[in-house]
Design a protein around this ligand. Sequence first.
Ligand SMILES: Cc1cc2nc3c(=O)[nH]c(=O)nc-3n(C[C@H](O)[C@H](O)[C@H](O)COP(=O)(O)OP(=O)(O)OC[C@H]3O[C@@H](n4cnc5c(N)ncnc54)[C@H](O)[C@@H]3O)c2cc1C
Length: 125
Amino acid sequence: MVAMKVVVLGAGIVGMTSALRIVEDCGTAGLDMTVMADKFSPNTTSDVAAGNAEILNVKTGLRPMREMIRLEKEEKKDNLSGKTVQIIHNYGHGGNGIAWSFGCAKEVAIMVKQLLQKQSTKSRL
Ligand SMILES: Cc1cc2nc3c(=O)[nH]c(=O)nc-3n(C[C@H](O)[C@H](O)[C@H](O)COP(=O)(O)OP(=O)(O)OC[C@H]3O[C@@H](n4cnc5c(N)ncnc54)[C@H](O)[C@@H]3O)c2cc1C
């Protein structure tokens, strides 16, 4: 079976908790996991919020949020490769990203598990 490529975008608490949950709940067999981000710990919001309250600069303290968290699956066609890709959105936690990261990561892992099951059913046909 070809391993399913999973890319987690973002290495703050939401991304890292999701990556960990996916590996713990789905196992590593059949999964090819990469975490991509332009900033890693300790330069993410989560570290500052969770660890120490040191003010780094005036930009620190942003809490991007939506009216509701976006936590859902979306199927999209990649215009470059022509392949269909599955996107799992998990963002917009605002001032609650630490508290909600665990539950949201669990939901993400369930969605990845469903995609893995779908792929293994397809490859057996
Ligand atoms: C002062 C303060 C106090 C807080 N107190 C609490 C609290 O008590 N309880 C609580 O639950 N929450 C609290 N929060 C909120 C919580 O810190 C955030 O909700 C949480 O850090 C968000 O986590 P995140 O992983 O989504 O974002 P981040 O930690 O900001 O990580 C985002 C990641 O995505 C990457 N990224 C973003 N855009 C791109 C891009 N275009 N390309 C590549 N990589 C990208 C970044 O490099 C980074 O790795 C607080 C926040 C602040 C600022």
